[in-house]
Design a protein around this ligand. Structure first.
Ligand code: LRH
Ligand code: MN
Length: 388
């Protein structure tokens, strides 16, 4: 039988990093819908992230995206965050929104364009020095759309060269986490398309390089928990970008499309001690709230990750391993399904009350009038968004 106080101990220390861009306007190529009360700058995004942390108690860090969150004084941004009980998390580079990057950034055939992209990556490390962030998060839109457009191997050489220069710039307390994605915006080759490519580059670079698993970046039917188990075994799982999808990189609320998959992924994390701080796995959300209100959507997503985590921690590992040893297929599967079918909401409500929080954060936020207040206050100015 699983010890509930041990489960609560892990849940109490859980830290889910929320994306600054999740509070801004976002959309698809068809439309980016503006919503009332959306932040106009990085400081207001931090205010919204602080609201999520205030109601959930487990969202103490915010990921930044440069230049979407560019400010004149990053030390001031850090103080602003700390004054609100927040930490600044991963710094995300952006080499996918400049006309010069039409056929690539660090993989571009033109050395001058590669140098420009590299300069941006190095600037992001300078920003990390000021924000106190540990992780440089790298996702490259780089790829090709047609066979023959460019040389696959040459592009890997260019990528490796840029990553090595960035790696050399990292302090000992800093890391780079390399994100892969099967396709989009490139539709023939993507230069970091899968976990194996990211992992191989990380191995070449060194121990400060790890892989980011974005749950929306795989071919349909991919067993993501296998990738997670493998990377944990190799000590190369750096971070998750949690979201969910029905089709492609839909970036929907984590756990909303496939809560069972999120549970299976977090079961591999729990079973391999991935929640232990010393394993240094960052649990981040990477979502876009194209049609739904942003702050309640992030609160709901944090709760979905909490619920999947609680269920994963409730798996009776002794019973599971006994059934696996005996080759008792049905019994082993039943142990996992028992945990998955456990209603953990009473346990989480109790935990929140013990932490002095309202048992239902979404309802509490609605009652707080926070949404009405920011809608009334944030009038005029340019709403934050992807700027795509
Ligand atoms: C790319 C991605 C990446 C971020 C972006 C907002 O699809 O997952 O993590 O840079 O979304
Ligand atoms: Mn992502």
């Amino acid at each position: 039988m699983t010890d509930l106080s041990a489960v609560k101990a892990v849940l109490r220390t859980q830290a889910i990093e929320t994306p600054s861009w999740g509070y801004g306007n976002s959309g698809t190529r068809f439309k980016v819908f503006a919503q009332p009360g959306v932040p106009r700058d990085a400081f207001e995004k931090l205010d919204d992230a602080a609201a999520v942390h205030a109601f959930t108690g487990v969202a103490p860090r915010v990921s930044l995206h440069i230049p979407w969150d560019a400010v004149d004084d990053y030390a001031a941004l850090r103080r602003y965050a700390e004054d609100r009980g927040l930490e600044l998390g991963a710094v995300n580079s952006n080499t996918f929104q400049d006309d010069d990057y039409r056929i690539g950034s660090v993989c571009h055939p033109d050395r001058a364009v590669r140098r420009k992209a590299l300069a941006h990556l190095l600037e992001c490390v300078d920003i990390m020095d000021a924000t106190g962030s540990r992780d440089l998060k790298l996702w490259f839109a780089d790829g090709t759309n047609y066979p023959g457009q460019d040389d696959i191997t040459a592009r890997q050489d260019r990528l490796g060269e840029a990553l090595a220069e960035v790696y050399a710039r990292l302090r000992d307390d800093q890391r780079m986490v390399l994100e892969y994605k099967l396709f989009e915006p490139a539709f023939y080759t993507t230069d970091v398309p899968d976990w194996g490519t990211s992992y191989a580059h990380c191995l070449r670079l060194g121990p400060k390089a790890r892989v980011v698993v974005d749950t929306g970046h795989h071919a349909p039917g991919t067993n993501i928990e296998f990738i997670v188990a493998f990377l944990l075994r190799e000590d190369r799982l750096g971070a998750f970008d949690f979201n969910s999808r029905f089709y492609a990189d839909d970036d929907l609320m984590a756990g909303s499309a496939d809560p069972f998959q999120l549970f299976r992924i977090l079961h591999e994390v729990a079973k391999n001690d991935g929640f232990r701080p010393e394993r240094q796995v960052a649990f981040m959300l990477d979502q876009c709230h194209n049609i739904e209100a942003k702050i309640p959507a992030v609160i709901r997503s944090v709760m979905n990750v909490q619920e999947a985590t609680a269920k994963a921690l409730l798996v009776d590992l002794d019973a599971l391993r006994a059934a696996q040893r005996e080759g008792d297929v049905l019994a082993a599967n039943a142990v996992l399904m028992d945990a998955y079918h456990t209603d953990v909401r009473p346990l989480l409500r109790e935990l929140r009350e013990e932490q002095g929080l309202a048992p239902d954060p979404v309802a509490a936020y609605r009652r707080s009038g926070g949404q009405e207040r920011i809608t009334a206050e944030r009038v005029g100015g340019l709403q934050a968004g992807w700027g795509a």
